[in-house]
Write a protein that binds this ligand. Structure first.
Ligand SMILES: [Zn+2]
Length: 381
């Protein structure tokens, strides 16, 4: 309990502090001549005066874009109160390095977002057909990917495919000015698709189907049987064998934990885009992110993919937040902006904040409408 006097005294100190910060920002504002610097100071006023609650966007960079295009895009983010940009350069470290000065200019964090175990258009992987994951019915993602053509999942157990993935992590981690390497598709292929997406593929998934169950390559089967003295190929119902499930959860964790060491050795953080909350991630894609070494997770709490209502964003955020208690991993809620009105977006941000998130990430930066930008930039006011 807090006494009335103490409350008053804290209130007074905090008013004085706010006043001093305002004066300081005012001085800086006067001292700055260029528009760019004013953008920077305006953003800082928000983050200093308000309880820190971070805004991120996911964005894909095209190497063909001009410097002016990148400048405009990053300026737009900064002007609307975005703090961090997660940029997909398809693990191209040179393109990421090219973008760092634009992030610096507008006082934005920049994170190197990469496709991790799913590696479409990977020229090096394509030269090694044996690196790809194999389904229970014997099909390789190399030439017979599940669901969609860009599902080019690698085997997470093979030394060569793991080392390849980790070398890409290292390439991004070495870029000066980058805040984190951001792992996406850090999981197995979906054993269950989000329920809202099933009609699109004309699918029913009432149990684990062999064509979506990975990885049954020789290396995985041999390593598993050496430890557990049983062969998953002989299981009547592989879904109920806990060692087989856990073997695969641990394979994903092992890549994350190695990536964490690499990122930190290069003075970078490790972040990851993950499924909505740990039990759901485990069930759908064999991803148990509450057990990983990772600095921040950004669960993609895309309610419409799961035919859920907007309040589910609060529910899923809380689930993950509670599971991370006592750990050093921060949680920032990912939301899918195209499915939301401006009003719903405001509700979503508030729900994330009220349920323990340290921020919200918007997918994606280029899809945000003018009305939604208003909500984002006014949220801290
Ligand atoms: Zn394998």
């Amino acid at each position: 309990m807090m006494t009335e006097n103490l409350k008053q005294s804290i209130k007074r100190s905090s008013s004085i502090l706010n006043y001093l910060i305002l004066v300081f920002c005012g001085i800086v504002l006067i001292a700055c001549n260029s528009n760019n610097k004013q953008v920077k100071v305006i953003k800082k006023q928000h983050s200093v005066l308000e309880k820190p609650f971070k805004f991120w966007v996911w964005s894909s960079a095209n190497a063909e874009s001009s410097d002016q295009d990148f400048d405009e895009e990053f300026k737009q983010y900064s002007m609307h109160g975005i703090d961090a940009v997660l940029v997909n350069t398809e693990a191209d470290a040179n393109l990421l390095a090219r973008l760092v000065p634009f992030a610096k200019k507008y006082d934005l964090e920049i994170h190197g977002w990469m496709f991790t175990i799913n590696r479409p258009n990977d020229q090096i992987a394509q030269q090694n057909p044996d690196w790809y994951a194999v389904s229970r019915d014997g099909k390789s993602c190399y030439d017979q990917p599940p669901y969609v053509g860009y599902y080019k999942w690698l085997c997470p157990t093979r030394k060569e495919s793991r080392n390849h993935i980790l070398s890409l992590v290292e390439g991004l981690a070495k870029i000066d000015g980058v805040t984190s390497v951001h792992l996406d598709y850090i999981r197995y292929s979906d054993i269950f698709l989000p329920i809202g997406l099933l009609p699109k593929y004309n699918l029913e998934q009432n149990h684990e189907l062999p064509e979506f169950d990975f990885c049954y390559c020789d290396v995985c089967l041999t390593e598993f049987s050496e430890i557990h003295h049983k062969n998953p190929k002989n299981f009547t119902n592989p879904a109920i064998d806990m060692e087989w499930k856990n073997f695969r959860l641990n394979k994903v964790k092992a890549i994350v934990d190695d990536a964490y060491e690499i990122a930190h050795a290069n003075n970078k953080d490790l972040t990851a885009a993950v499924f909505p909350y740990p039990e759901m991630a485990d069930h759908m894609v064999r991803q148990r992110w509450d057990k990983w070494n990772v600095d921040a997770v950004l669960p993609m709490i895309y309610h419409n993919f799961y035919n859920e209502e907007i309040d589910w964003i609060g529910y899923a955020t809380k689930q993950g937040f509670e599971d991370l208690k006592g750990k050093k991993t921060a949680l920032h809620t990912g939301v899918f902006v195209p499915s939301m009105s401006a009003k719903e977006l405001h509700t979503a941000i508030q729900l994330a904040k009220d349920n323990g998130a340290s921020g919200v990430s918007f997918f994606d930066g280029n899809a945000i409408t003018p009305e939604q930008w208003k909500v984002i930039s006014n949220f801290h006011k």
